[in-house]
Ligand binder design. Structure first.
Ligand code: SF4
Length: 318
C-alpha cells in the first residue's frame, strides 16, 4: 500500500470543519432520510407502535444486505417492490416465499441478468442473482433464528444500544453466525450504515431516550474518505499501489472515526455531510466544483485524490 504525507488543517480548522460537515449532514439527512431508507408505503416510519417498529428494522436489514455493491436507485426500487409484494411474509416468514417468485421480482427490477443492479465484471463468473440469493438467505436465516429464540430484533438492538454502544450492536450484527455470510468484507460498511439508521430511528424518531445519537459510527465509503483526504483533515493518505491516486478509504476508517469522535461531532452526521458534498455534485472524482463548494474556504483542495477514478496527468492539477 502506498502512503503520502501532506500539510493538514490546524486543530481549530479541523474541529470547525467537522462541525460544518455535521450541520450539513444533519440538515440534509432530516430532509432525505425516508427516501434514503426507501421505506415502503406499507410501513409508517414515524410509528410509536413497537410491532410496527420491529417490521421497519427487519425491512431495513434486508434492504442493507442487498444494498451492498448495488446501484443506489435500483436497490431502493427493488427493496420497496419486495416489501410491497410479500408484505408480512417477508417480515416474519421470508423462508416461505417461493424462490421462483422472489427471483422473478428481482429480475423485474434488476433486468433479466440482474446487471442493472449489480455489476459483477471483476468477480470471476459470479452472477448478480447469486449475490442477491446469498444476501436474502442471510436475512431469512436471521429471521428464523429470531423465531426459534422467541426474540425481537428491536429488543436485541435496544439492549445493546442502551447498555453499551453502536459498536456493540455492530459487533453483534457483523459477527452474527448467520448474518455474517451476508456481509461484504470484514468491516462491512452496510452493517455500519444499518447501525446508524437504527440509532437514528430509535433516538430521533421513536424517542428512546437511553439511545444516544453520539454512538453512531462513521461509514466512510470512498467518497467520504476522499473528502477527508482532499480537505487536509488527514495528514497521511493511503492509496492503491497500482492505481495512483485512488485512496484506500477502508484502511483510513478507524483513524477518521477516532478523529471525529475525539472532536465531539456526531459521526453519522459528519459522514453524511461529507457524502453529500459528492452527491450534491461538488466533490466529484473528476472536475470537482471547488468554487461553489460550501467548505471551499477551509479545504486544502488536494484534488488529485479520488475515490474510484484513476488520475491522469492532465487531471492532476494539485
Ligand atoms: S469540492 Fe473542492 S473545496 Fe469542496 S471538498 Fe472537494 S476539493 Fe474541497
Amino acid at each position: 500500500m502506498a502512503k503520502e504525507t501532506q500539510g493538514s488543517l490546524s486543530v481549530t480548522e479541523r474541529n470547525s470543519l467537522l462541525r460544518t460537515l455535521e450541520t450539513l449532514g444533519r440538515e440534509t439527512w432530516f430532509q432525505q432520510w425516508k427516501e434514503h431508507m426507501a421505506v415502503p408505503r406499507s410501513l409508517n416510519p414515524h410509528t410509536k407502535d413497537k410491532s410496527e417498529q420491529e417490521k421497519i428494522l427487519r425491512y431495513l436489514l434486508m434492504r442493507v444486505l442487498i444494498n451492498q455493491q448495488a446501484s443506489f436507485e435500483k436497490v431502493r426500487q427493488l427493496s420497496q417492490r419486495i416489501a410491497e409484494t410479500y408484505g408480512d411474509t417477508l417480515i416474519y416468514e421470508p423462508y416461505n416465499i417461493s424462490e421462483v417468485n422472489l427471483f422473478e421480482t428481482f429480475r423485474e427490477s434488476a433486468g433479466r441478468k440482474g446487471s442493472e443492479l449489480y455489476k459483477v465484471g471483476a468477480l470471476g463468473g459470479i452472477k448478480p442473482l447469486s449475490l442477491f440469493a446469498y444476501r436474502i438467505k442471510a436475512y431469512e436465516g436471521f429471521v428464523r433464528q429470531l423465531e426459534v429464540e422467541k426474540k425481537e430484533f428491536l429488543d436485541l438492538a435496544l439492549d445493546r444500544l442502551k447498555n453499551n454502544s453502536g459498536y456493540s450492536l455492530f459487533k453483534f450484527l457483523s459477527e452474527h453466525p448467520v448474518l455474517e455470510c451476508g456481509w461484504v468484507g470484514n468491516d462491512p460498511k452496510a452493517c455500519r450504515m444499518l447501525v446508524d439508521w437504527i440509532i437514528f430511528l430509535c433516538r430521533e424518531i421513536w424517542g428512546y431516550e437511553l439511545v444516544r445519537i453520539e454512538d453512531t459510527l462513521m461509514i466512510v465509503d470512498g467518497h467520504v474518505g476522499k473528502v477527508f483526504c482532499r480537505t487536509g483533515l488527514l495528514s497521511e493518505v493511503l492509496y492503491e499501489n497500482t492505481r495512483p491516486y485512488i485512496i484506500q478509504a477502508s484502511k483510513m476508517r478507524s483513524q477518521i472515526e477516532n478523529m471525529v469522535r475525539s472532536s465531539g461531532a456526531i459521526p453519522f452526521y459528519v459522514d453524511n455531510g461529507a457524502f453529500y458534498l459528492f452527491e450534491d455534485g461538488f466533490c466529484l472524482d473528476v472536475g470537482p466544483r471547488c468554487e461553489e463548494c460550501p467548505i471551499s474556504k477551509t479545504c486544502k483542495k488536494y484534488i488529485k485524490w479520488t475515490a474510484y477514478q484513476k488520475m491522469t496527468r492532465e487531471m492532476e492539477t494539485v
